[in-house]
Design a protein around this ligand. Sequence first.
Ligand code: 7RM
Length: 631
Amino acid sequence: MESRIKSFSEYESHYGSSMQEQESYWGKIAEEFVWKKKWDKVHSGNFNDLNIKWFEGGKLNITENCLDRHLEKRGDKIAVNYEGNQPDSLKHSMTYRELHAEVCKFSNVLTDLGVKKGDRVCFYMAMVPELLVGVLATARIGAIHSVVFGGFSSQALAGRIQDSTCKILVTNDGTFRGGKHIALKGIADEALKNCPSIEKSIVVKRSFQPVEMKEGRDIWWHDQIRDASPKFDAVEMDAEDPLFILYTSGSTGQPKGLVHTCGGYMVYASQTFKNVFQVEQDDTYWCTADIGWITGHTYITYGPLLNGVSTLMFEGVPTYPDAGRFWELIEKYGVTHLYTAPTAIRALMAKGTDLVNKRNLSSLKVLGSVGEPINEEAWEWYNKNIGKENCPIVDTWWQTETGGIMITPLAGITKTKPTFATLPFPGVEPVLMDENGKEYQGNGVSGNLCLKRSWPGIARTIYGDHERYKQTYFSTYPGYYFTGDGCLRDEDGYYRITGRVDDVMNVSGHRIGTAEVEDAINMHDNVVESAIVGYPHEIKGQGIYAYIICQETPKDEALFKKEVLGKVIEVIGPIAKPDKMQVVSGLPKTRSGKIMRRILRKIAEGDTSNLGDTSTLLNPAIVDELKDGAI
Ligand code: 7RM
């Protein structure tokens, strides 16, 4: 059996053997990698004991698989094409050989700074090639990377650094995103006031804006790397050793640091990349995500490099200098595979097709979608105007926790259907749950999406809190991993993800917990309580609606709202800013004091015709007030 699936019947036989002979199936796939020592056991543990292991006893370093093993055959092939925010300002590429040398150099830098196997290194950076180099160097020396998206605030960054007691921070002076300069170093400095674990902060020059360098703590990347040796023997890692931590929002509390491992994650990232996208040797693949999210980890960094593919890395935004930037870059680099989010598609769709038609997009072969449900209109527009009805669309469903793509078409192999993620990847066993917590049998059903068996890429724990891992994912349906998503399985057995069923929002493809935003708003001195719900938003997928109870009626409501936005920006970052805010005198609560979010969602949606039964509310009269004051 070849690891590359080439037809639908091969998909079926892969799927069958992944279900019937799970261990030998994944064992065969794992054999293609470079292991320093072969594993003793392919898989152990389950969703009850939650002591999940893959390729136990195996020894490896993922960077040897991403870099070293390609040097002989494709050392001079481009690993990364780099495009900066400003057109034609920072165009730059690195071959596999060059990337390997840079990674080795930075591995030496980190080692000389005393970073050891198991230590945590935080990245708060722009989308620059040094981020890729830094992350891989961290993996090469056996340390654990924790990348924090550059749109988070200093408080959010500090919380993440503290949670995993990172020893090193790597940041930029600043970055440009569209017309805006973001002073990353300044934000990082603010965060580091409360991060005693950080010994050194390494600064990469990018925006060339002045920054303050703190004596004894802050050092320049270019000074460090200048004389570093381009040779570094990759540290031997256990398959189950952590590779990285990535924070993600849930329905309660602070973001969770999901832990991914060296062996299983590698196998799953590579196998999904290879088969979902069906990239060929001379192709140029482009994933528009930021490395600060899981999509950027698995499908900019590890998946493509494990497969020896040339990728494009882009610092900017789709709408700068105009909404034709994506199409310009596709033409410029001859992009064959474009992997982006529905929110970007909708934003560009709104700008019409003139900018699209100005460009030659004939290099495109495959289009991808990720991060949120794609509506039919956006799917059709993408298919018609970008793919010219000639490129399969892979609508890929997965999560930070799953490490890689779970439900998806295989490009050109699986028959697609608009808005459907279609079928499970080999090794994945999705089930839908009914209201009684029982599995639905058969097709034409919808329920809560669970996964019934483990796969190599599953996050093994929440950093420092295994109990929370069990509680969050495995307690709703004992013995199953609960995704938090609702899902439909149609008559053909095709899956369509309908969105979160918990208190997690998906705003422009960013995952944001309602509780996090509430906590931030509640920090305003004049706020007693708040409730956040998501509502349908034409471009963002979901917008954020805030109901706020004040201590005292604000004298200047506009000013008050501005201050509330400021709080959210301060505590989380601009990505979590509410789109609408309504000052209210109370919230609809049940007799046990629980907020009836169902009602709040309806009002935020503007659908007040049928609010259901409100008679059980402690304060039914509040509903009219909320309706009348809705924004
Ligand atoms: C990859 C990523 C995960 C949540 C997930 C879903 C939603 C992701 C799709 C999707 C419908 C898709 N990781 N989601 N992909 N919904 N169709 N193809 O986004 O951890 O940041 O978010 O995103 O709700 O649970 S994530």
